[in-house]
Ligand binder design. Sequence first.
Ligand code: AKG
Length: 292
Amino acid sequence: MDIMADHYVQKYQEDGYVVMDGLLTPEECDQLRCRMAEIVDQMDVPEHCRITFSTNHDEQLKTQGNADYFLTSGDKIRFFFEKGVFDDKGEFTVPREHSLNKVGHALHAWDPLYKKITHSPKVQGIAKNLGLQSPVILQSMYIFKQPRIGGEVAPHQDATFLHTEPLGRVMGLWIALEDTTVDNGCLWFIPGTQNSGISRRMVRTPEGTYPLTDFIGREQAYDEDKFIPTPVKKGGVVLIHGEVVHRSMPNTSDHSRHVYTFHLMETKDTHWSPENWLQPTEELPFPALYTE
Ligand SMILES: O=C(O)CCC(=O)C(=O)O
């Protein structure tokens, strides 16, 4: 199934991202949202795992327990929370369905509905149009961007966290499950930055050392004026090149901004860094996209 006309391929290659409407129907979006509501309803998160998700490294990996919960989440469905949603006894201060920042990182493997959408003919068609020969799915996330409290995601390149040699082998698909707008925290991009390499890499530190991860290099200071807001209609998808600089702002509206996102990697002639936080495991080797 083909939703990707040639001009989208060209735009993706030029800018490092492209928006395409209508990857999912409104009904498919609602089904994914309902399924997530069930997952959240059943979530049972031990107190020591009630961690805040932040793109600020020091904050995110504040304790060894937090760092471990994150670093071992690649082959599981785990829960990451917004700031200030627990009291000092670890009890929720907001309704639990409004507490989450994201769920990750293996919805694509363990939940049948997410798996079906991830491997759908439309998604496979996009990868084929971009010439991917043997793509695998690295990770998946459901991002909530809660009304009023959904925080910013700082400017970054995905290859900082998902590093390959050569670069240019990773792409994110970011699917809007409801309309994303400037007010509710849509993505912003600096077009063309996918061609300038990466400024920092997150690496695992040697076994037995703490902290468990560190950065090589620093995020650059980007010119605020160069970021372009990128609203997307419900069911639309943004393709995100692994090196393009992007961010999202806090949700200042009364509406949520739910998205389902996952990352693909072309495996042909690609070396996946063993220093990446995310590693294939015995339970979950990175699954091939062109199956199911
Ligand atoms: O959904 C967001 O707010 C940010 C997502 C993002 O930047 C990413 O997945 O790389």
